[in-house]
Structures are given as structure tokens and as C-alpha cells.
Design a protein. Structure first.
Length: 88
């Protein structure tokens, strides 16, 4: 596969994918930031780090019940995957 043209690889991947999945189906996912900004890590690439001056107001970690309620709302809205992001 390393020497095949990119579009040929895409075609083959699409063909295999369609053998197992409905090509017209779209998975709806929800992403929730359970803690925003104020991260003490010094990752130079990440705007969540305290080293960067941004206009995003840091928020504390959400309470478990709030996250569970958000996940339930996402499920009711049709999401099949619920992802959480956090700036530590």
C-alpha cells in the first residue's frame, strides 16, 4: 500500500468502509469542555495554558451532575458519542 497513489488508497478504503457501514449515515457527536483555561502545563502549542494571554475566561471543572445532565441532553438530541475536554 505504500507505493499506491493516494486516491487509489482512498477508493479502496471507501469500498471497504461501505461493506460494513451505510455511506449516507452521519455520526453526531457532542464535545463539552468540562474545564476551560488556566492549565498549569506549559504546552507551547495549546491556548489553554496560563502562559498564553487570551480572552477566554478560565472556568473551574464542572460538577459531575452537570456533566451527566449535558450528556443526557446530547443523547436526547441524537448524539451517539459524548466527548469531554479539560484543561488541567
Amino acid at each position: 500500500i505504500f507505493h499506491q497513489p493516494f486516491y487509489e488508497l482512498m477508493y479502496k478504503a471507501s469500498t471497504v468502509h461501505r461493506m460494513y457501514w451505510d455511506p449516507s449515515e452521519v455520526q453526531q457527536c457532542t464535545l463539552l469542555s468540562i474545564k476551560t483555561g488556566g492549565c498549569s502545563e506549559d504546552c507551547s502549542y495549546c491556548s489553554q495554558s496560563t502562559r498564553h494571554k487570551t480572552f477566554v475566561k478560565p472556568t473551574p471543572t464542572m460538577k459531575v451532575q452537570e456533566v451527566l445532565e449535558a450528556a443526557q441532553r446530547a443523547k436526547e438530541a441524537g448524539s451517539t458519542r459524548f466527548c469531554m475536554g479539560a484543561a488541567w
